[in-house]
Design a protein around this ligand. Structure first.
Ligand code: ADP
Ligand code: ZN
Length: 512
């Protein structure tokens, strides 16, 4: 093992878990590996073939990713090839079944369409493992579900006795379970590394008017590109991508663009000029994704709330791969919530719709949070992480906290009295004493709390409402672009104990 690590890869020590996983695979054990991006998962399936002189088959979702890996392995003297679904030339697969290659990559489509003869020949030649990379694609609860991945279990019967290794950088408990069930893993050796990327600073910038968002963005980006540092900006739509790109170019910043509607030549060109530092800023949709192995990206900005924390973690994780301090900003506005419908439109059934909605709501909460963002992220991924990190905007903000129990009480009781049939705006208007028609018609002007919240602006109340959603005092749901806010059980408990919850006053920091 050590000899292969040194001889082919030039490293003298294994990173955490690598040796343990390789040993289990050599013992013939199935493995489920959940480790952060950049932690060195690939070596776990690349070393066994070098030790056993048998082929490792790796199922991977993206052609470009496989091409990169194959090229880099060949340079190291590892015999490697890939089989894509569109390949008509059968010479690679003919060679492959003779056991010619150390590492053989293939797309899931290819893997499930190869004839069983291929597998029996390969097994006769020698196969040491079947790795399923990006294994979260198996689960409808993951953020990147792919139908073909679900069919991979059929390989199980064709490859009796061959250890399966499922690998992913993001998996909640539920997704982990799905992977294990779907691939019929047999009492797998499970490794879950920490998700913490200690060198990344996490922060959210909130804004209401899109134009000032742009000027903030220009400020952020130019600060970095002036000193030669790279930034990736992720937008949720192609339209945003083009707008942000134009704004940056107009302010004199050399900026690349990348999205799915560009031709493949233009995309490659754009990708390349970013990798080579010819442009320091890349504005892109999430089509600019897996396979970007640029170690020194210093900042990832999300322009708009991403569809889930899984994808946020993965996309923001593309900065600071070299371990140096880097920054993840998320630019958020309340109206981002209307994107829920856009994301849900991908759903094929009610289960998927609910899964997408839940994931999106968790991302919303992340944006609205007043406490440590890293703690929230890591707990979301099931880690026991109970300390504040000191390296996120909420941890480093100048503390300006005070007890807002009274205001919280007012807002919650007003929302409750309005019956949970509205968004945040109407109850806030009631608090601020509005006599708009909708309010009078519903007799909300007769409520006890009508006009009791005049001392604060409506934006201040909205910010408080956001915090209460993030901290589960309020529950927000979305239907057909309408959002509804109601008091959650935790909020009800708060109301019934007057001004205390769990015996403590409700202390928040609000700067809006
Ligand atoms: P992942 O697939 O988990 O995102 P990779 O397998 O691409 O991570 O590895 C990330 C980087 O770490 C690569 O550049 C790889 O060569 C390097 N690496 C992996 N294992 C080791 C090791 N034992 N010592 C030093 N560097 C390593
Ligand atoms: Zn923190």
């Amino acid at each position: 093992m050590e000899a292969a690590l040194k001889g082919y890869f030039g490293y003298s020590t294994f990173r955490p878990y690598q040796r343990e996983i390789i040993q289990k695979v050599l013992d013939g054990r199935d493995c489920l590996v959940v480790m952060a991006t950049g932690s060195g998962k690939s070596i776990c399936y690349q070393i066994p073939p070098l030790v056993t002189k048998k082929t490792a088959v790796v199922v991977s979702p993206l052609l470009s990713l496989m091409q990169d890996q194959v090229m880099s392995l060949k340079q190291k003297g590892v015999k490697s090839e890939y089989l894509g679904s569109t390949q008509t030339n059968s010479s690679v697969s003919n060679e492959a079944e003779k056991g010619t290659f150390d590492v053989l990559y293939m797309t899931p489509e290819k893997a499930i369409s190869l004839p069983s003869r291929f597998w029996s020949n390969l097994q006769a030649s020698g196969i040491c493992l079947l790795a399923v990379d990006e294994a979260h694609c198996i689960s409808e609860w993951g953020h990147d579900f792919r139908t073909e991945y679900k069919q991979l279990h059929s390989l199980r019967n064709l490859l009796v006795g061959v250890p399966f290794v499922a690998l992913t950088a993001t998996a909640t408990e539920r997704v982990r379970q799905d992977i294990s069930t779907s691939l019929v893993l047999c009492s797998p050796h499970v490794v879950v590394g920490s998700f913490d990327r200690h060198n990344l600073f996490y922060g959210v910038k909130t804004c209401n008017r899109s134009m000032s968002f742009i000027s903030e963005l220009v400020k952020d980006v130019s600060k970095r590109s002036d000193v030669g540092e790279s930034t990736i900006i992720y937008c949720t739509t192609i339209r945003d991508t083009e707008q942000v790109h134009e704004a940056l170019v107009t302010s004199g910043i050399k900026t690349g663009i990348y999205h799915g509607q560009m031709g493949s030549r233009a995309r490659e060109e754009s990708h390349r000029s970013f990798i080579r530092d010819e442009v320091l800023v890349m504005v892109a949709t999430i089509a600019f994704g897996m396979g970007i192995d640029k170690p020194d990206v210093r900042c990832v900005i999300h322009y708009g709330c991403p569809k889930s924390l899984e994808s946020y973690y993965q996309e923001s994780g593309r900065c600071g791969r070299d371990g140096l301090p880097s920054i993840c900003w998320l630019y958020y506005q309340r109206s981002d919530i209307t994107k829920a419908d856009f994301y849900c439109s991908e759903a094929k059934n009610e289960t998927q719709r609910k899964a997408i909605m839940d994931s999106f709501m968790a991302a919303q909460k992340y944006c609205l949070l007043a406490t440590c963002r890293r703690r929230f992220l890591l707990q979301y991924f099931g880690e026991e992480w109970n300390i504040d990190c000191g390296n996120c905007d909420n941890c480093t903000a100048v503390k300006n906290e005070r007890d807002l129990s009274k205001e919280v009480f007012l807002l919650l009781s007003c929302i409750k009295s309005c019956g949970g049939r509205w968004g945040l705006n109407l109850p806030i208007d009631v608090l601020r004493g509005s006599r708009a028609k909708k309010i009078v018609d519903n007799n909300y002007d007769k409520l006890q709390m009508h006009g009791r919240g005049k001392d604060y602006s409506s934006n201040w109340w909205k910010a408080l409402g956001g915090l209460l959603i993030a901290h589960d005092y309020l529950k927000e749901t979305v239907r057909d672009t309408f959002r509804f806010v109601s008091v959650s059980p935790k909020g009800v408990k708060f109301l019934s104990t007057a001004d205390k919850i769990d015996g403590a006053p409700l202390v928040f920091q609000l700067t809006a």
